[in-house]
Design a protein around this ligand. Structure first.
Ligand SMILES: [Zn+2]
Length: 131
């Protein structure tokens, strides 16, 4: 086997995919060839790094996935918070408009904005418009 052939088989060697005899010949070559030994060392270092990517709770992908899901939950919660604030503001606006409406009735007997539902006032309209 040439050095080039050896080097193309190194990954298979470390993956345990080689038969015992070719694996033994590769190992023997690495002991005598500095070039191949250096490349084999690099491959082992890369594999070690890839292994280190495995985190306590499963694979890196699982960890990333969990992080993404947490991120999505945070986004949804933030949106809910925003909507809650908006609803509170709208309620305050409606309450303020109702107050204006009531004042309109009591102070001037005027009809409030026709866009707003308002309590019937038989004195001013003569008919029950609502309820
Ligand atoms: Zn070699």
């Amino acid at each position: 086997m040439t050095c080039a052939e050896i080097q193309t088989r190194l990954t298979a060697l470390y993956d345990g995919e080689l038969e015992p005899e070719p694996a033994r010949r590769l190992q023997a070559h690495l002991e005598t060839c500095a070039d191949c030994a250096r490349i084999a060392g690099e491959i082992r270092a890369l594999r070690a790094q890839a292994m280190a990517w495995n985190v306590a709770d499963g694979t890196v992908w699982d960890a990333v996935q969990a992080k993404i899901e947490a991120e999505e939950v945070r986004t949804v919660l933030a949106e809910l918070q925003r909507l809650r604030t908006e609803v509170r503001q709208l309620r305050a606006e409606v309450a303020a408009l109702r107050d204006q409406q009531r004042q309109g009735f009591s102070e001037q007997g005027n009809r409030p904005s026709p866009l707003l539902p308002y309590a019937p006032n038989e004195k001013t309209t003569g008919t029950r418009l609502l309820m």
